[in-house]
Design a protein around this ligand. Sequence first.
Ligand SMILES: N[C@@H](CCC(=O)N[C@@H](CS)C(=O)NCC(=O)O)C(=O)O
Length: 242
Amino acid sequence: MLRRRRWIPWLRRLPLKEANSEEREKPKLKLYSYWMSSCAWRVRIALNLKGLDYEYKTVNLLKGDHFSDEFQKLNPLGYVPVLVDEDIVTADSFAIIMYLEEKYPQHSLLPQNLQKRAINYQAANIVASNIQPFQNLAVAKYIEEKLGSDERLSWVQHHIKKGFAALEKLLAEHTGKYATGDEVALADLFLAPQIAGAVKRFNINMAEFPLLEKLNGAYSELPAFQSAEPGKQPDAPDNTKS
Ligand SMILES: N[C@@H](CCC(=O)N[C@@H](CS)C(=O)NCC(=O)O)C(=O)O
């Protein structure tokens, strides 16, 4: 005779319990980063703001780790940063931050106001598309080889100043304590590393860019920004540790 299974109410709770323990065992996020990389720095700020723990994987750009087959499987362009979240691999800081924003919506980086949101996209992309690519290691090295080291510096400075001048105008009517108001948003994650790098690495006089200089002061007081700084990273040389 076929015996009908008795419904045992507590069994219903089992899958939920399993899901919770799986959740706890989830591998941490992995960030492929290099201490000096301004692009990885943007993502480190996003991870900190969202309170996400991650494993730091060093890709030493000066030793050429980014040319290895292993790394190029993660990003065929061979650039840091790359984020691995279980089986999802994302390269490019903008793409990674948008991915984090969707998957981990806590501490949103996108203002509700559409105008502010659009300004955030624009300002972030001025840094990501119209400034940083001109100072990128590979490009700067190429300019130096072709034209010499003086030209390398003036090339980079020219593009930083052009971008900064545009940002000063763009943000003038939107800025508050941070780029587009009194909340930290997407643009700030791109501006902080770019301004700090301009001052420390490329000798830019920020007196020409008072709005950006003021923002830089505000960023330097935020713990999420501080712990993303190059000198705080595990692969930073001892003499740069802060
Ligand atoms: N658009 C990319 C750019 C990535 C990029 O240029 N990364 C730099 C470090 S900031 C890099 O890996 N450079 C290696 C090279 O130039 O060979 C992003 O935002 O992630």
